[in-house]
Write a protein that binds this ligand. Structure first.
Ligand SMILES: Cc1ncc(COP(=O)(O)O)c(C=O)c1O
Length: 385
């Protein structure tokens, strides 16, 4: 049977060839130094695993309410009040548990974008952003953030048209690790409010914010403050912070009218987030990840110090990626440099996977210290050659 006739056009609008090529090449290596990984290298802390196992054994294995189990929603609300100073206002503020951060993002665009509408996204971007717009029949408008990778109000403003509905801000960012300072976050929020746009704040790495990028002890956030939820949809995840990316757990919080529409769509798509893992995630609020984040900050310092000798690399304030320029004297694209790194057994990702340009490479420091040092030293040699 000719399947091509049956496949929807939206599939051909999505191209996964760049990242696939790197993984195909990498699959030929035995025991590579893998600096391409987008998930932490520590096991899920025991109290969180124990809570999930206990939930399975206690037969919490059925559907939950589509918005999530009440005690988890309560914990999330308390957390938002404690860390972002959100009021305790269940009549105005909606919170619901999503199937991963991706699930929250997808439902958000499906609930808001009509065909032809525009969503402004950063460039470089998390790989899924442009495709989420495509799935909604909308257009992703790229906000060029080179060379400092800050998506500021000044850079966003000229891109707003009468079709713009959403500005998507990601801080700390993937692939650059850049944390937008608090004052800049607030300027983006104010701009969105003035122009009647929804601000989606993808803060999946909010707990992975290094001490030198924090503001009043917390990760800067466009959603901070008593009125921080107004006009802002906050989307966060548990996967990166607690090493449970495979659990597919996240949450969305913001204006109740929007959250209710998203929950309606969840009812007919994901149905609910995995029930036992919702119980597992309740334990996350009592686990201190500070020592782990401090260890990652030391890794970051080493990566930036080593590569900074030979190229431009913006110091990541959070997440666990560095986005380094391929030195111009090499005359190589990001993809060509990655192929050269693969010849030396090191896997990294070309910047073109995350951007309209292919001038940089992303390396992840979610890899044990010894391997990371080895890999970064090889990259330094290659960049200096
Ligand atoms: C910025 C950003 N947003 C969203 C996601 C998706 O996260 P999840 O695995 O929770 O769907 C990722 C994953 O890499 C990411 O880097």
């Amino acid at each position: 049977m000719d399947m091509s006739r049956l496949i929807a056009d939206r599939c051909s609008a999505i191209d996964a060839s760049g990242i696939r090529r790197v993984f195909e090449l990498g699959a030929r290596l035995t025991d590579p130094i893998n600096l391409s990984i987008g998930q932490p290298d520590f096991p899920v802390p025991d109290p969180i695993k124990d809570a999930a196992v206990k939930a399975i054994q206690s037969n919490h294995n059925g559907y939950s309410m589509t918005q999530g189990i009440t005690p988890l929603i309560r914990r999330i609300r308390e957390h938002l009040t404690a860390t972002l100073q959100w009021p305790d206002a269940p009549d105005d503020i909606g919170v619901f548990v999503t199937s991963g951060t991706s699930g929250g993002l997808l439902l958000a665009v499906l609930a808001t974008l009509n065909p032809g509408d525009e969503i402004i996204i950063p460039d470089p971007y998390f790989v899924a952003y442009p495709h989420m717009a495509t799935l909604a029949g909308a257009r992703a408008v790229i906000c060029d953030t080179y060379p400092d990778f800050r998506m500021t109000a000044e850079r966003i403003e000229p891109l707003i048209t009468e079709r713009t509905k959403i500005v998507l801000l990601n801080t700390p960012s993937n692939p650059c690790g850049v944390v937008l300072p608090q004052a800049e976050c607030e300027k983006v929020r104010d701009l969105c409010r003035e122009r009647g746009l929804l601000l989606i704040a993808d803060e999946i790495y909010d707990e992975f914010c290094y001490s030198d990028a924090r503001d009043s002890g917390h990760c800067p956030s466009a959603a901070r403050g008593e009125s921080g939820w107004q006009g802002t949809l906050l989307i966060r995840g548990f996967g990166k912070t607690y090493g449970c990316t495979g659990w597919r757990m996240g949450y969305a919080a913001g204006p109740k009218a929007l959250i209710e529409e998203m929950a309606k769509l969840q009812q007919y798509t994901f149905v609910c987030a995995p029930m036992p893992l919702q119980h597992g995630c309740m334990a996350t609020f009592d686990v201190d990840m500070e020592p782990t984040v401090a260890r990652y900050q030391q890794r970051r310092d080493k990566v930036v110090a080593t590569l900074g000798e030979v190229t431009d690399v913006t110091t990541p304030g959070g997440a666990f990626y560095a986005f380094a320029r391929v030195p111009e004297h090499l005359g190589l694209t990001g993809m060509q440099f990655c192929e050269r790194a693969l010849e030396r057994n090191v896997m990294i990702i070309p910047g073109g996977v995350f951007s309209e340009r292919d001038t940089h490479v992303r390396l992840s420091f979610a890899t044990a210290e010894a391997k990371l040092e080895q890999g970064v030293e090889i990259l330094r040699e290659l960049m200096a050659s």
